[in-house]
Design a protein around this ligand. Sequence first.
Ligand code: WT7
Length: 632
Amino acid sequence: MTDQKFNPSQKFVQNANISSSSIYNEANADTDQFWASQAERLTWFKKWDQICQWNPPFAKWFLGGQINASYNCLDRHVKGSKGDKNAIIFEGEPGDSYTLTFNQLYTEVCKFANVLKSLNVTKGDRVTIYMPMIPEAVIAMLACSRIGAPHSVVFGGFNSEALSNRINDNNSKILITTDGGWRRGKIIPLKKNADKALENCPSIKNVIVAKRIGDKMDCNMSKGRDLWWHDLTEDISDQCLPEHLDSEDMLFILYTSGTTGKPKGVVHTTGGYLTGTSSTHNIVFDAKDDDVYWCTADIGWITGHSYVVYGPLLNGTTTVIYEGSPDYPEKDRFWRIIEKYGVTVFYTAPTAIRTFMKWGAERLLKYDLSTLRLLGTVGEPINPEAWLWYHKHIGYEKCPIVDTWWQTETGAIMISPLPGVTPTVPGTATIPYPGISIDVVDETGQPADMGYLVIKKPWPSMLRTIFNDEQRYIDTYWSKFENFYFAGDEAMKDSDGYIWILGRVDDVLNVSGHRIGIAEVESALARHPAVAEAAVIGRPHQVKGESIAAFVVLKEKFEGSDVLISELRDIVIKGIGALAKPDQIFFTDELPKTRSGKIMRRLLRDITSGQAIGDTTTLADSSVIDTLKSKC
Ligand code: WT7
């Protein structure tokens, strides 16, 4: 920890969208009114009758209001003065690049919305999107929102099993995908994965396939089911009126890992989500008309939804979309992109920053990053060394850094400095956003210096429920404390009221800023015929934050081997995706368990870290500790 404080520079404050802390007082004095003023930045077909209805734990926002997300991202700007401004700057991994103006994006979205309509997609029908980071993914999302069909975006790095589980959870009618995507010069066979997934997805009527790879790979098209994007959009009208949606109509479902093996379908609705994302993008990222804004997240995650697509487009900001990885073809790809497009605001994850640190600051010397004026981070706590490196080598010591804490469930940023107001301290996301009531409490719900992070009042962009599982919504977030939202994070509050996030308190790992449920990895491993039982833990990792280690008990007649290790890694990659792959796999005859049979993962963590073994009084058989110690 460091106590070094960084004040916003005079130059930044002078031009900042918000430069006075009075916004906090306003929001505190009348929180509903504050959110109403933020909602008024959007265009509503019909204004709301009531700002908020709080029926714990169920909230509704802007009741009676009618609105459309794609209208607010596009039509508004096209009708105004931004038609010819770039909405999207696309940089593909193989080096192809192009731009789409707001006019062009609007036209493509209208056409694709008509395609969906022609395939009988109507309001309320779910559509799954499984695509790489290409503009068609954004077009698909906005086309869904235009006709009121909730989208469910599945990260392109996930595999067929994860895809089919998500499709079947919400019974999507349509799947939108591509023939493939590019990753480090290799082709990711998305359509092939999709075909495998669809072997048991009866709800899917049609698959729409956008061509990304083209002649370089074969793409099987199943007759009657699979349709090419380019064929469907060829002769279709580019006029499509936006559906007037109720503020509380579902905008999308996005799955996130929880403590059980089954991912949760987090439900976001329209009016509140748009209010939260447009407000925070405007204020936290100090959105300006001439910004070239780049958030490096994939649209498969909430950060991509809120801060690659909806937030910036709602504010008419140019958003950069990059398909590939930071190290392809060279480890300077990101700096080339920043220089090439004159990126002004850059938002990425601490794990990426630590990777850049590892690659060395010398690589940056060739590039001019002076267009940058504001930097952000998200996904996990940022260690002060990485913060200071980011500040010095990327921000040239002139850019404020916004460390933003939030979650899939919160929809928008909840804790963050305001770049023109809040002094920053490396390692803390500082204080709650205006209108957000967050505290750190003990087991009994009383304020404490260290304890659980809770949100005490409803906020517009909060999740409304878990899709088709209201009980899980109640159990996960609203059962630990009465009427406080339980975030699942542990945190500390210092004497300035700054909040330091310490990490998750549940069985969820944070690997490179991605949430991975322990139970999901364990059940993937247990599907291997040789496995009797598996226990998974996170280990501190210099770059990823946490890496995955698995302890595997084999069935009789099976023996641990390198071949088996690679088969086990494979089964996780196939079941979930490469990001959940265990870095280490240990074979053992036994796992440490309590007398009631619960696996004591805490002891596994102690053993692997070489730390003193904690309390073992509840352990059924203590000899297992010595056996395990000899293996790790
Ligand atoms: C969890 C949410 C929404 C952002 C991407 C991840 C951790 C997120 C921070 C931060 C410390 C952070 C928390 C949170 N987290 N941002 N700035 N500092 N921790 O979304 O997959 O829903 O994960 O990520 O543990 O609960 P997510």
